[in-house]
Design a protein around this ligand. Sequence first.
Ligand SMILES: Cc1cc2nc3c(=O)[nH]c(=O)nc-3n(C[C@H](O)[C@H](O)[C@H](O)COP(=O)(O)OP(=O)(O)OC[C@H]3O[C@@H](n4cnc5c(N)ncnc54)[C@H](O)[C@@H]3O)c2cc1C
Length: 295
Amino acid sequence: MQDVIIIGGSYAGMAAALQLARARRRVLVIDAGQRRNRFAGHSHGFLGQDGVEPARIWAEARSQLEAYPTLRWVEGNASVISGHKDDFRVSTDSGADHTGRRVLLATGVVDQLADIPGLTERWGKSVFHCPYCHGYELDQGRIGVIASGPMSLHQAQMLPEWGTVTFLTNAALSLESEQRTDLIRRGVTIEEEPVARITGRAEVELRDGRTLPFAGLFIATRTTPASPVAGAAGCTLTETPMGTQIMTSESKETSVPGIFACGDVARAPHSVSLAVGDGAWAGAQLHRSLVWPES
Ligand SMILES: Cc1cc2nc3c(=O)[nH]c(=O)nc-3n(C[C@H](O)[C@H](O)[C@H](O)COP(=O)(O)OP(=O)(O)OC[C@H]3O[C@@H](n4cnc5c(N)ncnc54)[C@H](O)[C@@H]3O)c2cc1C
């Protein structure tokens, strides 16, 4: 019997595991190895690790964690959670069953990308969603913001901080006249011809045949939990402007007693720093719930 089974061994899950392992609690991490930022060559904005490869940050953290004798790591996909507080069972695709007193969901989210030819293969390389993560490297150059929904207006208003912006509405958004005035006041060029495809590094080919070259492109995505386990276990989900996430209390416990959640799947906005902070808090709260089970 583990004290805590953590589903998802990335930034949030590992930060929680660290707190629990340092309290000498038995922790099992089950991880499928599909971190959200695996498409990006470099991670930015995480203190002390700015510009480092995401895989390197993860590998160093994992090797530090595995030095703790009460921690076990299983590579695989957790598919079913059954049981109840103090007696959960987590089954993996390989057919193994693990038991634990608490469960932490740190499964992350997946990005639903707009269906634009050339976008998927450039995701994380020259097409991004987060200006704090990848805006600086565009060197104040030309930035294209491709509209995908209401959050795109916010991106177009914010990105002039990082370069000269063209807002490609791409038939995904119709602008009110005040929104148009506001964008123009911020120096944004509005382009209403639909996008045909993305070519080169970040060149946008429009349906009328024109090609607009950019240093980089931004597009807002909607996110959904990377795994259906939370919903299937009965955890309440909630909608945010960014997508669907697991609802938790202040102490990161879900609507199912004994199941906690942290990281991108349980908070917004999203970043490595915020996932790590949320994970560290969830780890401490899980520990508290083991020390004071009645509270
Ligand atoms: C292209 C791109 C670039 C980014 N760049 C940056 C950046 O430069 N700086 C920054 O701060 N943020 C960046 N981010 C955001 C960052 O990736 C996330 O905020 C961060 O990864 C969230 O960490 P997490 O631990 O919550 O989830 P994730 O890192 O997504 O990890 C979730 C883990 O859970 C595993 N998992 C899911 N379901 C199961 C299951 N059923 N069983 C077992 N394991 C499971 C997954 O395989 C994965 O390993 C970027 C995001 C994208 C999409």
